[in-house]
Design a protein around this ligand. Sequence first.
Ligand SMILES: Cc1ncc(COP(=O)(O)O)c(C=O)c1O
Length: 374
Amino acid sequence: MRLDPFQLERYFGQYEFSVEFPLAASDCDGLSLAELLSLADVPTRNLWETLQLGYTETQGHPLLRREIAGLYQGCEPDQVLVAAPEELIFIAANCLVRNGDHVVCTFPGYQSLYSIAESLHAEVSRWEPDEANGWRFDPERLAQLIRPSTRLIVLNFPHNPTGCLPGFDDYERILEIATTYGITVLSDEMYRLLERDEGDRLPAAVELYEKALSLSGVSKTLGLAGLRIGWLVVRDERLMRRLIELKDYTTICSSAPSEILALIGLRARQSILVRHRERIERNLGLLGGFMAKYEPLFSWVPPRAGTVCFPRFKPAALGTPELCRMALDEAGVMLAPSTLFDYGERHLRIGVGRENFPEGLLRLSTFLTSRRAG
Ligand SMILES: Cc1ncc(COP(=O)(O)O)c(C=O)c1O
């Protein structure tokens, strides 16, 4: 297997930790350790203080798996595998995809969702949304992409980078198509729970379809990316055994402190989520004002869920790689050009999960105004 460099991650690696305003970030601000521990209930606080730093169970700490299973209707702790989200994408693709398979994946998107399958010599068809129609992914287009050799459909809703969240009818139709052909679904739900209107929340794919795997984690929604804790929920017992066997070749087990801290975060999720949704709403309000002010330069579809959106930059004379480079060099603002998503050079990703977003947006605005005047 030969993997291409992960373009977005390399770009973040280069700038994220030195730039003043990482306006492209897809996570919510990280909680401090002290803050998280202050949210612990008595039993988890006790677990933390008496924690032994040996190996942990490969499938994940039983209490953590129980907490996670409780997030899904009809799922049991044995149907949960804990690992880093990115690791789980790697493990799942390696279990599910073979040489010569056909895979359909939402696109543009998080690169590993399709790159790993390609590196395993699968042919990947890109299922693209319609920008003019609010970045809608048309299920009938998905149906057209299915072939006799299609072995896997990879979904990511709420979607990174467009912020698309399908309506219930479209979502049901997507899973109906998978069911009709008996195709396994890998559903990346990393941004689930961050719907702007909770009434829009879709059921997890694993709740609706027995051949679906739902992926989530604490990185984006709970602002705990540094724990490197995520999970797959899987109903097929044999597949779960295979996934566990592969984890023996990646990390063997998850970090003991991280498992307990993730448990604390999950038990305190209501208060953390309220705070994050409020921040996202505030930032989207400001971004709406920005987009109205710079209407000659940008068009955008406000996201219905998650932390990111994918505005279009209109001036044909300048591509977004160049625009983003100037914003970085001249204003200390990091945006992500669509070239990182292999999606031309007319779009850029903006993330609204960070606390210093208002200051960053102001800096971007000052930069654009001075450039237009110049
Ligand atoms: C859609 C999606 N899936 C998976 C991941 C990987 O999550 P993590 O960085 O926590 O491993 C990301 C991270 O940006 C993502 O956006």
